[in-house]
Design a protein around this ligand. Structure first.
Ligand code: UDP
Length: 230
């Protein structure tokens, strides 16, 4: 987490064209294997963080000494504190109407000195792009958080990176739902057991369809490993 935050802080400070930060879980990986567009967007990302326990497991099996997950939902409050300290302003894009605004309100209340540049629900549909881009450009944010779920949020950022005028954009999935108190995050002990995915499945059973790729993911990781965690 400390490394990720330092790297993102450096990227914001440096400025320049929009850099994508992706918070990768096993569903991302399986999607990328069958979707070349998503694959190349992730390949081109400036930073891919291990959001899912399954990704940490895969990294370790392939010889990378990664110990902890770095989730978008944990990252955002830490980045908000960095923004407050540096005088930078994040923009919250996505989630259902009203959710980003509530998330922003709670973030500002919990992080002294934080000023949010703007919020907008919008949608990843191309017909909504013009309005969304206008709002972001008018707000001049230093950091863009996009909550449209994968792969929409990453594809959206990649599609507009030349026009956003913001140094860093991060796909944050369900983070605003947690921040706004709409969905309860798994307790820490469930997270520590690597079972947050199961918690989310129990709370939101409609997720089973997208999680149906997990057994195939586990087999692929098992086969690919050099046995680093055995
Ligand atoms: N979302 C949205 N527009 C869409 C699809 C999704 O705003 O067309 C939002 C949704 O409301 C949620 C977030 O995107 O806040 C995706 O959350 P999800 O829990 O699916 O993401 P995950 O954390 O699993 O990647």
């Amino acid at each position: 987490m400390a490394g990720a935050v330092a790297e993102i802080e450096r990227m914001i400070e440096e400025g320049g064209p929009t850099r994508l930060v992706a918070t990768v879980n096993p569903e991302f990986v399986m999607r990328a294997r069958s979707d070349p567009r998503f694959w190349s967007v992730l390949e081109a990302a400036s930073l891919c963080l291990p959001d899912g326990a399954g990704v940490v497991w895969a990294m370790r099996r392939q010889g990378c000494p990664q110990r902890e997950r770095v989730t978008g939902s944990d990252l955002v409050p830490v980045l908000a504190a960095v923004c407050a300290r540096r005088g930078w302003r994040p923009f919250l894009l996505g989630a259902r109407p009203g959710v980003a605004a509530e998330a922003a309100r709670r973030l500002e209340a919990s992080v002294p000195g934080l000023r949010v540049a703007g919020v907008h629900a919008g949608s990843p549909r191309p017909e909504d792009d013009d309005e969304t881009l206008l709002r972001i450009m008018a707000a001049h944010p230093d950091l863009l958080l996009v909550a449209y779920g994968a792969p929409h949020q990453e594809l959206w950022i990649a599609r507009h990176r030349d026009r956003l005028g913001v140094p860093v954009a991060i796909g944050v999935g369900g983070c605003f739902d947690f921040l706004a108190g709409r969905v309860r995050r798994a307790p820490r002990w469930v997270q520590r057991l690597g079972l947050e995915w199961l918690w989310r499945l129990l709370l939101q059973p409609w997720r089973w369809r997208r999680m149906a790729v997990l057994p195939a993911y586990a087999v692929a990781v098992w086969r690919s490993g050099r046995g680093a965690d055995e």
